[in-house]
Design a protein around this ligand. Sequence first.
Ligand SMILES: [Zn+2]
Ligand SMILES: [Zn+2]
Length: 327
Amino acid sequence: MHAMVLKKLGTGLESTDRADPQPGRGEIRVKVAACGVCRTDLHVVDGELPDPKLPIIPGHEIVGRIDALGAGVEGLSVGERVGIPWLGHTCGVCPYCLGGEENLCDRPVFTGYTRDGGFATAAIADARFAFPLGEAGGDVELAPLLCAGLIGWRSLVIAGAGKKLGLYGFGAAAHIVAQVAKWQGRSVFAFTRPGDLAGQAFARSLGATWAGGSDERPPAPLDAAIIFATAGDLVPAALKAVRKGGRVVCAGIHMSDIPSFPYRLLWEERQLVSVANLTRKDGIDFLRLAPEMGLVIRTTRYPLNQANQALADLRAGRFEGAAVLVP
Ligand SMILES: [Zn+2]
Ligand SMILES: [Zn+2]
């Protein structure tokens, strides 16, 4: 197999050839057809997340076909198309797993962070955490659904049912969530970096009612806001933008420090929560509904060996929507 490997934090990925991995008991091997590039991959490469496995193959938005089954795998077959998400494995016995909150498992394994991911021609996955994808839709367009879509979906559910929804940071996740929210009959208010007129136009093209800079106030108080961007100073900005009883959801795995802010921004029962990881139920719920939503997924394709360029372009905001690596 061929892979783009992070050997040392803060350095580029190295193009590497390895022997094909063999699936162990309960595992599948997937021939990767496409793998999305997520902001979290940047956090892994930059060493912003604790204790990554090194060396590591990043990538947790994998679409591919099963080409080998380990012992004991049931319900999946060779040739079947599956998606492999961020949540790679859970312990199944901790209080969170037993309580239906496997996203908070005490001993999880995360694809592309603590087990090898999809910036490669092949990947191994725990069969129970792979999602059958069926045959509808292209591999490249499906890949961003595996994290941007799934985490976006979980964030949207946790944001509640309010009609006026703010999205801070209009990248891969927000460009999907905006369409989901519109499909649900909500109004979307998109906040980009100040002056990012192209991003604001992109948001409006996807149905946003209003788009502006994150330093602007929306034309009406919001029922809820989801922050996908990594700047902690968006937290007080979003709290200012939501109505009494409104909710602000931090959807990213990493954020810069949140500046101190006056208590009156939280007062009147505003809520500030974070979203961590996903459960398999999130994936099943979202992937079942997604085909009905008419989602238009904007992707920029890169050959696998240009993974470093894709990461650099993501960091610099040089494309709209999602980057996807194709082996
Ligand atoms: Zn657990
Ligand atoms: Zn991700």
